[in-house]
Design a protein around this ligand. Structure first.
Ligand code: RAT
Ligand code: ZN
Length: 430
């Protein structure tokens, strides 16, 4: 069982001697392992939010990234699959993707890395031993252990006030804690007003189907109430590839007149995750979304119109990444973050991060895990460290070649900035 700990607190580093070129890669790897990261976007939940928090082997194996892969390698139909109990779904995915085929994809390899981290068999014919192991874990201790193995000190949640299960938990007193920061996620309000305005109305806000009359002011009251209740570190929304701003739509008005002003008033960022083509194959449910290139003029207009707002931005399309860097060079209120979802593969992460370092120095946030199942942070952060070690090392080697000495203190400072303080400063955590 691996017990390696990454969680030494960040320390001020004496500058020290300049490093030899051959030493760079090891020093980068050491600092990446030593500095506890902040995972600034996940779908994990603090234990106070009860059953919402997913963990354990059956959840890991039925992750929607793996469900998408199942349907390519098995003859099971989505309808047959959804009718199965979770345990049988996990057994089928294990057999198909891990026993009958070598698990070489990013998402399947991730499960192998997690099993390995807990000293469990990685090539067994079934999941019995893993099930037994997870059944014996106590959640609070397990969370500490997992965070240590992943090298993270904190995870930022995704909290939906209109979720019929989650909303009432907050209303009856659930809170974030020092390990789990809340985020006010607004997809239902902004993207699905027609289906959800009645939920707001039922909670006592005077809103209507067209978001007319008092609706905008009432949405602001709703945001203010939830800001007090949840203390979110930012507000967030995922947006389609067709997103435009300004836009003659309910979303356009709510964004401009309620959400953006509320973020400014509360001095928190708005996270825009743009580029989803929702439900291109609805039979796959959560795995049914696709990707499309977005028009980043929308982001430009938001940055221009609201210079005193801070925007976190993650773009789902690989084709948007260079443009995002250019916009970040133009607008100091724009913070690119993460290699989101279909981009979180070593080949693409390497390319995007290299480009960002070249264009933005260390003024961006390289990654978030997007973990939906607790133990996923172990493999997702392991992969980030492994992929970024040579990328960062190469930047320092080029710098040395061009005539500037590099010390361990430089490396420590930069990695702390990338994986902690850029986010802390943006979200006013410190
Ligand atoms: O990566 C994912 O799990 C996606 O399904 C989405 O949840 C995405 O990350 C999001 O936050 O909308
Ligand atoms: Zn997400």
């Amino acid at each position: 069982m691996s017990t390696s700990s990454h969680l030494e607190p960040p320390v001020a580093f004496p500058p020290g001697p300049s490093l030899e070129p051959e030493a760079i890669e090891n020093r980068v790897a050491e600092e990446l392992a030593r500095i506890p990261f902040i995972d600034m976007h996940t779908h994990l939940f603090s234990p106070a939010l009860g059953e919402l928090g997913l963990w354990g082997i059956d959840e890991l194996v039925t992750y929607h990234y793996l469900e998408a892969e199942l349907f390519r390698s098995s003859s099971v139909t989505p309808e047959e699959y959804w009718a199965m109990p979770k345990r049988s779904q996990a057994d089928l995915i294990w057999r198909t993707l891990f026993v009958e085929n070598a698990p070489v994809s990013e998402a399947t390899r991730g499960v192998v890395a997690v099993l390995r981290a807990f000293g469990l068999p990685t090539g067994g014919p079934n999941l019995n031993e893993a099930r037994e192991y997870f059944a014996g874990r106590k959640l609070e201790d397990h969370i500490d252990h997992v965070f240590r193995l992943a090298g993270i000190s904190e995870a930022v949640m995704t909290n939906d006030p209109l979720d019929p299960v989650e909303g009432p938990l907050w209303e009856s007193g659930a809170r974030g804690n020092r390990k789990f920061h809340p985020v006010l996620r607004l997809d239902r309000v902004l993207n699905k007003w027609t289906d959800h305005w009645r939920v707001l109305a039922a909670k006592g806000y005077s809103v209507d189907a067209e978001a007319s009359g008092e609706s905008i002011a009432e949405v602001r009251r709703f945001l203010a109430d939830w800001r007090l209740r949840m203390q979110p570190v930012y507000m967030a929304v995922s947006l389609p590839d067709t997103f435009q701003y300004p836009e003659e739509s309910i979303r356009g008005r709510l964004l401009k007149e309620a959400v953006v002003p509320a973020c400014r008033e509360f001095d928190i960022p708005l996270s825009l995750m743009i580029g989803v083509r929702y439900q291109v194959n609805p039979a796959l449910r959560l795995a049914g979304d696709g990707v499309g290139k977005a028009d980043l003029r929308a982001l430009e207009r938001l940055c221009v119109e609201f210079p005193s707002n801070r925007f976190l931005a993650s773009l789902l399309s690989r084709e948007n990444q260079h443009e995002l860097c250019v916009y970040a060079r133009k607008f100091r209120n724009l913070m690119p973050f993460g290699c989101w979802w279909f981009l979180n593969n070593p080949s693409v992460v390497e390319e995007i991060t290299r480009e960002r370092l070249e264009m933005l120095g260390t003024s961006f946030i390289p990654q978030h895990s997007d973990a939906r199942v607790l133990e996923q942070v172990i493999y997702k952060w392991k992969n980030t460290r492994r992929t970024l070690t040579p990328v960062l090392a190469n930047s320092y080697r080029l710098l040395m070649e061009d005539g500037r000495a590099v010390t361990q203190a430089d490396i420590h400072h930069d990695i702390t900035r990338l994986f902690r303080t850029n986010f802390e400063a943006w979200a006013r955590l410190k």
